[in-house]
Ligand binder design. Structure first.
Ligand code: SF4
Ligand code: SF4
Length: 477
């Protein structure tokens, strides 16, 4: 296999799919020596026996699959963690360099065990063992912390971006959920009155007072939409539509991001989609509260939204935000009477149905950043790539860490709010990776929160960050 074949394969299929297919192909053909030397850039290794070391079925029977909410529910997982550190780095057969081998941003920056995924399980174990609390109490009784939480302890808990990199690696191999355990730990700290951090409390207050984390007035929610643009406003009982375009707080309130909903409106109108927005009645999806550990607050937003969505009679909800998408799909879905789509899924569907025609040449060489909430949380990897590849003139070049192995933008889990310097450090790592491994100076993403953080780093490195809807809009004008 030549370097050109490797590059071509990656570009055509995407890195993960290509490597996966190639790996299976090579295992079946017995060309393993060529595979290992070629991809790792190392001398060929001797042949080895491939044994099925893991009997997942008996592992699962023994440990069970925990889908818990509290640290008590993660007890089995905390004790099942082998500290094998599989959750720290991209699986070796998919890694192409040590420089971009780590998947965990907090571990990458702070280089101490607890900052990685397994550290979160070990901290829970610390509570249950009595290292950080009184020994495990009788069933039903609350844990009692022994300690005054130190600054370092809180730093470990709240520098996790909840990107899910650790979980996607551990879950398929060891069946554990370190990221969900990290959320459970945050919820425990909120219940104990220990968390979240003061910066987060301001955000939670904004949610209570203004129904959005940015503290923008309710009456300013539709300021992104020019007065002369006619868009149906649902929820007032007068107008109805098949599709609700849920705008989301970030693009509604962060000025430079208003181009995202405006692009989406343009595209949906060009494709003759019968849609409407909620206007000033739209409220936050509650994701911020969920990630900060305020589950009670989240449940309040969830029930208000579900009541409103179900009363509209819409068949479909489309959103341009990866965070809203994952919250609706993962945390609302059972109680909603309609389908949830991220805009990339919806547009890809329109493309397949021949309703979205992207004819205009857009001569751009670009790379795509998988948002964690779209990729790892919802499994949406292919649709954005299909859209980009369908645009005439667009040349998509993949970075090293993509799809399940994508490196976080650094903004999630309340990290941008409380640790802006660390958040920017992560974004710069990602932008540098784009520059070094693709040579592209345009990074496209499909989440406004990622765009905001990456743009801060992009401005420092001379890289332009764009939303995928902007690129699609260019091709239909
Ligand atoms: S969380 Fe999973 S992958 Fe990470 S050390 Fe524990 S068992 Fe290994
Ligand atoms: S969720 Fe992301 S930041 Fe948090 S421990 Fe796992 S990999 Fe690291």
């Amino acid at each position: 296999m030549s370097k050109n074949d490797f590059r071509k394969g990656r570009e055509e299929k995407g890195y993960y799919r290509y490597m996966h297919d190639r790996y299976i192909e090579l295992l079946n053909s017995g060309e393993r020596e060529e595979y290992s030397s070629e991809l790792a850039g190392l001398p060929a290794i001797p042949d080895f026996e491939f044994a099925d070391h893991h009997d997942f079925k008996s592992f699962l029977d023994y440990h069970g699959e925990v889908k818990g909410r509290t640290i008590y529910d993660y007890r089995k997982q905390a004790y099942s963690c082998l500290i094998c550190r599989v959750c720290n780095s991209i699986t070796c057969f998919r890694q192409t360099s040590a420089r971009y081998g780590l998947v965990c941003p907090s571990g990458d920056r702070f280089r101490y065990d607890n900052y990685f995924g397994h550290g979160k399980l070990q901290m829970i174990r610390g509570f249950l063992d009595g290292e950080l609390s009184h020994p495990y109490p009788p069933e039903g009784e609350p844990l009692r912390p022994l300690f005054e939480p130190t600054e370092r302890f809180l730093h470990v808990v709240y520098t996790c971006t909840l990107c899910g990199g650790c979980e996607s690696l551990c879950k398929i191999q060891k069946l554990l959920e370190p990221m969900h355990a990290a959320v459970a730990l945050r919820e425990y700290l909120v219940e104990q009155g220990i968390g979240p951090l003061p910066e987060h409390r301001v955000v939670l207050k904004n949610m209570e007072n203004y129904d959005n984390p940015w503290g923008g007035a309710r009456s300013a929610r539709t300021r992104w939409l020019p007065r002369n643009r006619k868009v149906k406003v649902l929820g007032n009982g007068r107008e109805r539509a098949e599709v609700l375009f849920y705008v989301g707080c970030t693009t509604a309130y962060v000025g430079f991001l208003k181009k995202v909903p405006l692009s989406i409106v343009d595209i949906l109108q060009k494709a003759d989609v019968d849609f409407g927005i909620l206007g000033n009645s739209e409220i936050c999806c509650g994701s911020t509260m969920l990630r900060l550990g305020d589950r009670r607050g989240f449940e309040r937003f969830k029930s208000r939204n579900i009541e409103m969505f179900n009363s509209l009679g819409v068949e479909t909800i489309v959103t341009g935000c990866a965070g809203c998408t994952s919250t609706f799909k993962e945390d609302y879905a059972d109680e909603l009477n309609c389908q949830i789509y991220h805009i990339t899924e919806f547009l890809e569907k329109l493309l397949q149905e021949g309703k979205l025609r992207m004819k205009k040449e857009v001569p751009l060489r670009l790379t795509y950043h998988d948002p964690c909430h779209l990729g790892r949380y919802c499994g949406i990897y292919e649709e954005p790539r299909t859209l980009l590849k369908a645009i005439p003139g667009v040349k998509l070049v993949e970075m090293e860490r993509i799809r399940e192995d994508a490196y976080c933008c650094g903004a999630g889990g309340g990290v941008r709010t409380a640790f802006p310097d660390f958040s920017l450090w992560v974004a710069r790592r990602r932008i540098t990776e784009a520059l070094e491994t693709t040579g592209c100076n345009i990074v496209v993403t499909a989440c406004p929160f990622c765009e905001q953080n990456l743009a801060d780093a992009g401005n420092l490195e001379g890289v332009k960050v764009m939303d995928i809807s902007e690129i699609v809009r260019l091709s239909i004008e």
